[in-house]
Design a binder for this molecule. Structure first.
Ligand code: PAF
Length: 283
């Protein structure tokens, strides 16, 4: 498997592949890969000749230094996992902070038509400036034909679509369904940091989202939101940061349902000091 730490060497290599007419898919990650990531890589391989997987824990998107320090870094295991998918068609880019940011580890300031102020944007200061900065930079380095993002971070996916649109970036953004453990917990690199007790209770999040989806067929967004918040109050191991039913285009909370719009329910929950997010399509 080809592995690069340096963006100039990567660019040269990809340039040669492109010159031969090969298409390039891209899966940006922060490592600690799991089967959710592999589903993105597999989708990329089915639609492109090669797939670049970047493994980079991006410092500028963390609003919490402790989370950044504790974020799992498992490059050797990540490569072993990627090799189970393909040894020859996957290219790993695992840069240092200097290779990406030179000597200024700061984010650019972005506007994303207001998408950046909702949910994660409201609770994680500067998060989407950090995501926008790194993803735009990685797109400029990799120059992919198609880039793959999971719907678990649905707000991030919509923001990246907006980034591509507003900055006229020449690539196609592909959203991929949430990959779940057999008990329903959405796959996340943070799951490995859950205690046994928190891991056991965490599927409650998806179970509650599923019931919320059924309720949304007949009840108002407000009633469903109240019900969800009450369910979590009975669950001392999990603390809801937000539960919001929002329009998938604007990400603004729904006031009155319209049959012409599509909605999703979004949730952020603390299990101890681990923050988990999930979402579900409602209609
Ligand atoms: O979703 C992630 O893992 C990160 O936000 C991303 C897109 C790799 C940017 O660092």
């Amino acid at each position: 498997m080809k592995k690069f730490q340096n963006k100039s060497e990567l660019s040269l290599y990809l340039g040669a592949l492109r010159a031969n007419g090969s298409s390039i898919g891209f899966v940006p990650t922060m490592g600690a890969l799991h089967h959710g990531h592999l589903s993105l890589v597999n989708k990329g391989l089915s639609e492109n000749d090669f797939v670049v997987v970047s493994v980079f824990v991006n410092p500028t998107q963390f609003d919490n230094q402790e989370d950044l320090v504790k974020y799992p870094r498992t490059l050797d295991e990540d490569i072993i996992l990627l090799k189970t998918v393909s040894d020859h068609k996957i290219i790993v880019y695992a840069p240092t902070v200097e290779d990406v940011y030179a000597n200024s580890v700061t984010s650019q300031s972005f506007t994303f038509d207001g998408l950046e102020y909702e949910m994660e944007g409201a609770f994680r200061d500067g998060h989407f400036d950090g995501v926008g900065t790194i993803v735009k930079r990685l797109f400029e380095i990799v120059k992919p034909d198609n880039a793959y993002f999971g719907e678990k971070d649905f707000q991030q996916l919509q923001i990246i679509r907006k980034l591509v649109e507003l900055h006229h970036l020449p690539l196609n953004v592909v959203g991929c369904p949430i990959h779940r453990a057999s008990d329903g917990l959405a796959m996340s690199s943070r799951n490995t940091r859950l205690t046994k007790e928190h891991r056991e209770i965490a599927p409650f999040i998806y179970k509650t989202l599923n019931t919320a989806k059924t309720m949304f067929g007949t009840k108002s967004a407000q009633k469903v939101t109240e019900w969800v918040n009450n369910q979590f109050k009975k669950q001392p191991l999990l603390e809801v940061e937000y539960f919001i039913i929002a329009d998938i285009k604007t990400l603004k909370p729904v006031k009155r349902k319209s049959t012409r719009k599509s909605y999703r329910a979004f949730i952020a929950v603390y299990a101890g000091d681990i923050r988990l997010i999930d979402n579900i399509a409602l209609n």
